[in-house]
Write a protein that binds this ligand. Sequence first.
Ligand SMILES: Nc1ncnc2c1ncn2[C@@H]1O[C@H](COP(=O)(O)OP(=O)(O)OP(=O)(O)O)[C@@H](O)[C@H]1O
Length: 131
Amino acid sequence: MPMASSDKQTGKNRAFRQSLGHAVDGLKALYRYERNFRKHLVVGSLAVLAGLILQLTVNEWLWLTLAIFLVLIAETLNTIVEAVVDLVVGQTYHDLAKRAKDVAAGGVLLAALFAVIVGCLVMAPALMRWF
Ligand SMILES: Nc1ncnc2c1ncn2[C@@H]1O[C@H](COP(=O)(O)OP(=O)(O)OP(=O)(O)O)[C@@H](O)[C@H]1O
């Protein structure tokens, strides 16, 4: 079993609880080390607050939730790419490292654009109903 010690596991998880614990560790690391992830969380929370105030319909909530989670997931993938690239090349400049990181960042930008579009399309009618 390739396990150095109980807190330095490199082998497979043996129980669902163990898998869940590592997933939660991943989320904690995202929150702790990724400034952009925290920013997206704040913006997403503000969008949820606006949704509560504007009393969105179920359909509108679905779009808003999809947009928020897409951005957070894109940021997660971006963080994975950055970590793996840094692990492989360290501080050495490499064209493929640049491409991988730039493409990952582009994915976050696409998700953020989608969120802006959804935000406008969902909030506009909700604001009309409000006034
Ligand atoms: N090893 C490398 N080789 C070539 N280019 C790199 C390398 N590391 C970083 N870059 C370039 O620098 C940019 C910033 O990389 P960095 O790892 O600092 O991401 P970041 O600024 O932390 O990203 P984020 O804003 O998502 O946190 C990359 O998008 C890439 O263009």
